[in-house]
Design a protein around this ligand. Structure first.
Ligand SMILES: [Zn+2]
Length: 371
């Protein structure tokens, strides 16, 4: 297993990912805030592919993500070694130790700089998110309560992690410019970090005249945007809808609506109901396996962030939303369950599909996942 690392690996990781993307002739990318977003060069999926040049990583919601080397592998359809050669030229037979040390130091410096920038951006985003949270009012008696009722969720008591803003702007950075695409009533949910601290906001713009209660928002080209935005660090966090005294089971869905549906139907009595914000957070990073898009195995190395339940949870139930890629979604959730079981002693977990018209309670009472 221990192998002298190819010095080109560190050299490759120094290469700015946006320049590598240009060299790969990836087309149609547009700037959106801190990222470049556009069609995926591998699967073609629209608005699923993004490049974060601060962090030197990319992600496709269908193909997965990674660093510059992985990007070359994906676009060129080649293996790791070939990708390295494409990026850095042929493997050196003998590397001068002084040169290797210079490369290593350069790599460390670039990595630290990226991490500092990412950290300060996270702090800035958290502060902005907290400002939004503070400007919200209690949700009871507002459109947020009506929205939840419209979605079949007559929550007797709206949890304090949900607030309401009567006129909230929906801003997006498009081609480097901040554009206001919409403004109106919004449901604001607090995302809390594992230590309970405020971490970010999950915002849903509402229009109660629409069948699903959500506002229709379009980008300047007339394409639908989706009515939700998250601001602030969300990784490892959750929207804590309901945490009863003495709970030992946690039920988690991706969205507020799915999770609240399970709560309202009392799918598991005395359980805690937390929303996981998004699939990536519930899954965390996965170990890459050759020839597989998703290995279902969690990457447990440092910094491979994903949600892990608190130690009082003995059973974790992940609700799997209906999706166009059920196998991928299942693999992601499985990686998340396995990460949680590796980190929380004695934890059991299972994944239950949320299919329309089926009783969630029946599905939750089914067989457990094999860890
Ligand atoms: Zn893709």
């Amino acid at each position: 297993m221990v192998q002298k690392a190819d010095p080109r690996i560190e050299e490759a990781k120094l290469k700015p990912i946006n320049e590598v993307a240009d060299r790969l002739a990836i087309e149609g990318l547009k700037r959106a805030g801190r990222e470049l977003v556009g069609p995926c060069p591998n699967c073609g999926g629209h608005d699923r592919f993004s490049i974060n040049s601060d962090m030197g990583i990319f992600n496709c919601r269908s193909c997965g993500g990674g660093d510059v080397i992985r990007l070359v592998e994906l676009v060129q359809g080649c293996d790791f070694k070939t990708a390295l050669t494409w990026l850095c030229g042929d493997a050196p037979v003998n590397v001068d130790p002084a040169e290797a040390e210079r490369r290593r130091k350069r790599f460390e410096a670039t990595k630290n700089k990226r991490e500092r920038e990412a950290q300060s951006y996270r702090q800035y985003a958290r502060r902005r998110a907290f400002g939004i949270w503070q400007s919200g009012e209690a949700a009871s008696g507002t459109d947020a309560e009506s929205y939840l009722r419209l979605r079949g969720l007559p929550l007797a008591q709206i949890p304090p992690c949900i607030r309401f803003i009567a006129d909230h702007p929906f801003d997006k950075k498009i081609a480097g410019q901040n554009r206001r695409l919409h403004s109106g009533p919004a449901m604001i949910a607090a995302i809390q970090a594992p230590d309970g601290r405020f971490s970010g906001v999950h915002q849903t713009w509402l229009d109660l005249s629409q069948p699903k209660g959500k506002a229709l928002i379009y980008d300047p080209d007339g394409r639908p945007m989706g009515a939700k935005l998250v601001l602030g660090p969300k990784r490892t966090g959750a929207i804590r809808l309901h945490t009863p005294e003495g709970a030992k089971t946690m039920v988690m869905g991706e969205g507020i609506e799915t999770t609240a549906t399970a709560w309202v139907s009392d799918a598991v009595p005395k359980a805690a109901y937390w929303a996981g914000v998004d699939l990536g957070n519930m899954a965390g990073r996965q170990v890459r396996e050759k020839g597989k898009r998703h290995s279902g195995l969690p990457d447990l190395s440092d910094g491979s962030d994903g949600f892990v339940p608190p130690n009082w949870v003995q059973q974790l139930i992940y609700i799997m939303d209906g999706d166009s890629h059920p196998k991928d979604t299942h693999a992601k959730l499985l990686a998340g369950c396995r990460r949680a079981m590796a980190r929380v002693p004695g934890l059991a977990s299972k994944i239950v599909p949320s299919e329309h018209g089926k009783d969630l309670n029946d599905m939750i009472m089914g067989e457990p996942e094999n860890g």
